[in-house]
Design a protein around this ligand. Sequence first.
Ligand SMILES: N[C@@H](CCC(=O)N[C@@H](CS)C(=O)NCC(=O)O)C(=O)O
Length: 220
Amino acid sequence: MASKESDITLYFLGASRAIRIAWLLEELSLPYELVSSPRASNGLAPPEFKAKIPTKLGKSPAIKDGNIVIQESAAIAEYICETYDPSGRFLPKEPAARAKVREWMSAAEGTFMIHGLAILYARWRLPEPAREYLPEMEKGLSTNVHNDFSWLESELEGKEYLVGDDVTAADILMGFNTEFIFARNLGTEGGDWPNVKKWLSRNQQREAYKKAVEKSGYSL
Ligand SMILES: N[C@@H](CCC(=O)N[C@@H](CS)C(=O)NCC(=O)O)C(=O)O
């Protein structure tokens, strides 16, 4: 039984990390209002959508629950679990399992996403005179991505989910960055990670994930 009534609004930019939060909310069967928008033609959030997000940065995801506003997908997921998952199904109470789930929640942005985005930003921002060096730069930056994916691959050996026997916030946080890095081919060339691919498709077959995609129109 959840400790308080939810009153959640999720600010959902198309093709964004907000899928993590919609997926978690669906897993918990929590109702939520979606304020959503597709990306503008430059790939960014349309200014009128950003203006609706009640944070200074205007990034997605953000949530409002009653009078609390939270940004950063890991912090949002932790808040939702603490408030509406008292049995600790998605964020275990037992300290060792909890620490492992939180390790993945941090790694999703602090390790995987930062290494993938370094390549994406180089593609976007390298000025014309330096663009001839882009392939070499991508190759150099891909070392980090390969190391990260080898770690993920080894952790998934003989396992269906990252921590314990069932889905947790670790899988939910890590799903988006893994899918995104593959979809944009951010340093993944030459790698072969069959456990990661099977885990990703297992996640995507979950009813809650499919509902989140259907409601939000999420697609990369
Ligand atoms: N570290 C943040 C990143 C949030 C973020 O950068 N969101 C992107 C979408 S995935 C965004 O709102 N971009 C639109 C923009 O800046 O215009 C998190 O985990 O929530």
